[in-house]
Ligand binder design. Structure first.
Ligand code: SAM
Ligand code: SF4
Length: 435
């Protein structure tokens, strides 16, 4: 969601004539897009913003610093008062105000901070221009905000309540993207499965998936899905829409029903297992991935072992694993927890080891198969190696065949014969013609 917000910021500034530069040192305007889901991101931001004070002055002689997104929404007043080198603060609902705020800052000549952290909804930010990072992949927001109030999570407080985008606008945008040469879209929302729930009789996520599939776009992914709202109709729509990739990210958070209750997740371990069974029988071979929090206040060794056993039982092929981070203002932040940090770290390491083992095992299934990869770019480590993702969202590495310019393959769909199946990637030669 933050990546996409950054694309919108870039699009809004681009439509005012701004261009991107290679490094913040050269920039007249630096915008920090922020996240406060976990504490680490918080601390990074303040260090990076302070570092701008000593950065070289750009050729124009003046640099404007803006802070946007979740931290701006949460800490707007504090930033205004205490961060002297910040000119503009704009919250999660104020991307469209950014040009006006920047002009205000220029005219005020650094005398006051321009801020918009209003909670009023100015409309869906997707109606703003967007400058996509890649021409072949696009994030397509379908809803924003969250009504779930999981007890550990800050998102509903900083992004507000759920708001759906208009069904037809989403489908039209995907059609336009397809005409522009986009091959893959990722439908975006904090809980895409609740799309359409706000208005009685309006089309739901299952219908949206089918309609997006009918645009002819080649690959559809979506994130995030809340298990409590993943309906049988959606599972059927996934199975019956060929462009929906055989992959699902379905955050479980914990394998213990007791902890899930304390997290306010509204499903039990058994509900989650029954749901993943339904998914697997509707789409055999689907790659399931998840989010897991370790060390939620009061988590016992027994609770944690239930998480390990659920990871095995579901057979997740990958997982984002997080150590619980206390977020002031959320209900979980009020719960005292005597569990020592080392115990939580040791649990986290055991989970990470299990996830890596399962990722490795799942990748062995791909060995000697031919997988299709959408080529995204060259590897950061080796400029001769191209990187893409398979339908199951596995990273695929390959070298361009003799005589083929690697850059010419970026944005293409290619077939790769898997000759090496490692924990986090598949590798092999490209076979056949790119398309
Ligand atoms: N809406 C998405 C969902 O429910 O699947 C998740 C959005 S949240 C920004 C991404 C992930 O961050 C969550 O699934 C959770 O695992 C993790 N997370 C959220 N709050 C956290 C916290 N206080 N400490 C650690 N991890 C957290
Ligand atoms: Fe946070 Fe829960 Fe909403 Fe996801 S569903 S954004 S974890 S409150």
């Amino acid at each position: 969601m933050n990546l996409h917000d950054s694309e919108r910021v870039s699009g809004v500034l681009g439509s005012c004539g701004c261009i991107e530069v290679a490094s913040p040192d050269e920039a007249d305007i630096v915008v920090f897009m922020t996240c406060c889901v976990r504490e680490k991101a918080d601390t990074h931001l303040y260090g990076q913003v302070s570092a701008m004070v000593s950065a070289p002055v750009p050729p124009s002689g003046r640099r404007l610093v803006a802070i946007g997104g979740c931290i701006a929404q949460r800490d707007g007043e504090n930033i205004r008062k205490h961060m002297k080198n910040v000119d503009v603060v704009f919250g999660t609902r104020a991307i469209s105000s950014l040009p006006e705020l920047l002009v205000g800052a220029l005219e005020g000549n650094g005398k006051s901070v321009q801020a918009d952290v209003s909670e009023d909804d100015p409309g869906f930010s997707s109606d703003l221009p967007s400058r996509r990072e890649t021409p072949w992949h696009a994030w397509v927001p379908i809803m924003t905000g969250c009504n779930n109030f999981c007890s550990y999570c800050i998102v509903p407080y900083v992004r507000g309540r759920e708001r759906d985008r208009v069904f037809e606008d989403i489908v039209d945008e995907v059609s336009r993207l397809r005409e522009d040469g986009v091959r893959e879209v990722c439908l975006l929302g904090q809980n895409v499965n609740s799309f359409g729930r706000q208005r009685y009789g309006s089309p739901r996520f299952a219908e949206l998936l089918r309609a997006v599939g009918e645009t002819g776009i080649e690959r559809i992914r979506f994130t995030s899905s809340h298990p409590k709202d993943l309906s049988p109709e959606t599972i059927l729509a996934m199975a019956e829409t060929p462009a929906v990739m055989p992959q699902l990210h379905l955050a479980v958070q914990s394998g213990s029903t007791r902890v899930l209750k304390a997290m306010n997740r509204h499903y039990s371990r058994e509900d989650y297992l029954a749901l993943t069974d339904q998914i697997k029988s509707a789409m055999p071979g689907i790659a399931l991935s998840t989010d897991i929090i370790v060390g939620f206040p009061g988590e016992t060794e027994e609770d944690f072992e239930q998480t390990l056993s659920l990871v095995k039982e579901v057979g997740f092929e990958s997982a984002f694993t997080f150590i619980y981070s206390k977020r002031p203002g959320t209900p979980a932040a009020e719960i005292d927890d005597p569990t020592p940090r080392e115990v939580i770290q040791e649990r986290f390491d055991r989970l990470a080891e299990l996830v890596a083992q399962q990722a490795f095992d799942a990748n062995q299934v791909e060995f000697s198969r031919t997988v299709e990869a959408l080529v995204e770019g060259v590897s950061k480590r080796d400029g001769d190696v191209l990187v893409g993702h398979s339908p199951k969202n596995k990273t695929v590495h390959f070298r361009a065949p003799e005589g083929v310019e690697p850059d010419s393959l970026i944005g293409k769909l290619v077939e790769v014969k898997v000759e090496e199946a490692r924990t986090w990637y598949l590798r092999g030669p490209m076979v056949g013609e790119p398309r």
